[in-house]
Design a protein around this ligand. Structure first.
Ligand code: EPS
Length: 403
């Protein structure tokens, strides 16, 4: 099964990720990985760092002649900005001459980090808690995506709202009514063209205006985003135990993205306000298969995928670094002071949605391999094809009248 580990500081030499459990003979396209990394860097309202970096991955192991070997795949993404931080981020003890930071930013990991790890410099908290780490996750996620695409599973995303500005037409309702698209990547094709990853031009204009206002105020904004996966077969995850549930893994994966404060699957919180009869998806037999009329459950029932699109919605809080900072204390004097300004983004919701795609891909690839196994992609395909072929045959046989 898929496991991955990232390492690297925001202004260190670079980011490393090792991903294990990918079957052999999966074709790896470096261009695909780099395209995903570029998508993560986009969005109106990003900070100056994104002008310095043009993230690309180097594959260090696990791939030969463009195909996976089944061994751990390691990737390295160089931090171009490292050149400007060699002294401050030096691993060498004798070179550590950086001025210590003692003023923690509210909303960031600064204070909890120094408290927990007994650091004597907030810089140590800043480096690893930075969302820069998500570049490594996207590199791993793009391998998971390439794997899933072999089974016609596609993942896409859009920003639903930024700074409270929603579109006039709620695309989510269409998603719940099963009306919106054929494959999830068509959502991304549209969203990729927007400066803020939205699906509506009028909304985009309003959002850009609001981001400009935020910049002028020295302020930041958050928002909500939606990630969708199509082509997911029925049967990933399980209800047998708390740690086997697909929705639990997805919630965990999304909550682990920097600045995410809420996750919903399907109608999420809003289903708590309506009758059951308005909430549950009626089961139908359509075109020779069992499906649902609607998809308010977001593609998961009882911790198991239903075969309908997986719909995840998440909320990102506003970036913690403010150019017009709020109050905090200086830990060297314990006196009140305005928080430090650090170079940062004003808005990163579009990037967060792209990261969400990778997180969902990693969860689904893991659950897919948990179910179908296979040391080579050919073996996984055989197992998967047999399962798909037999699903309805088995149900029909098991429920045959008079059996
Ligand atoms: C980020 C890199 C960071 C920030 C941002 C995301 O670069 P720097 O700190 O050098 O400007 O732009 O990080 C944060 C918003 C944060 O709160 O840590 C990236 O690569 O995505």
């Amino acid at each position: 099964m898929i496991k991955y580990l990232t390492a690297g500081e925001s202004h260190g030499k670079g980011l490393t990720v090792i991903i294990s459990g990918v079957p052999s003979n999966l074709e790896i396209d470096l261009e695909y990985i780099n395209k995903e990394l570029k998508r993560r860097q986009g969005g109106y309202g990003r900070g100056l760092r994104m002008k310095i970096e043009s993230d690309t991955a180097e594959i260090l192991s696990g791939v030969r002649y463009g195909k996976t070997l089944g061994s751990p795949i390691s990737l390295f993404i160089k931090n171009k900005d490292w050149e400007n931080w060699t002294e401050i981020l030096s691993v060498d003890k004798t070179k550590n001459k950086a001025e210590k930071i003692s003023v923690p930013r509210p909303g960031h990991a600064d204070l909890v980090g120094i408290t927990k790890y007994n650091y004597d410099d907030i810089r140590n908290s800043i480096e690893r808690s930075s969302a820069r780490e998500t570049a490594a996750r996207v590199a791993a996620g793009s391998i998971a995506k390439m794997f899933l695409e072999k089974f016609n599973i596609h993942i896409g995303s859009f920003a639903e709202s930024i700074g409270g500005i929603y579109p006039d037409k709620n695309f989510l309702t269409d998603l719940f009514e099963n009306k919106f698209f054929s494959t999830a990547n068509t959502i991304s094709i549209k969203a990729d063209k927007s400066l803020v990853r939205v699906l509506n031009n009028k909304q985009e204009e309003k959002i850009i205006k609001k981001i400009k206002t935020a910049k002028k105020r020295g302020d930041t904004l958050g928002g909500t985003f939606v990630v969708v996966a199509t082509g997911v077969p029925v049967g990933l995850g399980s209800f047998v135990h708390y740690d086997t549930k697909l929705d639990a893994d997805i919630a965990h994966a999304f909550m682990s993205i920097n600045a995410v404060k809420g996750v919903e699957i399907g109608t999420g919180f809003s289903c708590a306000e309506i009758f059951g009869s308005q909430s549950h998806d009626e089961i139908i037999f359509h075109n020779g298969s069992i499906t649902r009329k609607t998809n308010r459950a977001g593609g998961i029932e009882g911790g198991i995928s239903t075969g309908l699109p997986i719909i995840v919605r998440a909320a990102m809080k506003p970036i913690a670094t403010l150019m017009s900072p709020v109050s905090t204390i200086d830990l060297s004097t314990m006196k009140e002071i305005k928080a430090r300004r650090e170079r940062s983004d004003f808005v990163a919701v579009p990037a967060c949605a792209v990261i969400g795609e990778s997180m969902l891909a990693l969860v689904l690839a893991n659950k897919f391999l948990e179910k179908f196994g296979g040391d080579s992609i050919e073996e996984t395909k055989d197992n998967y094809n047999l399962y798909v072929k037999k699903i309805y045959e088995r149900i029909k046989k098991n429920f045959k009248k008079g059996k």
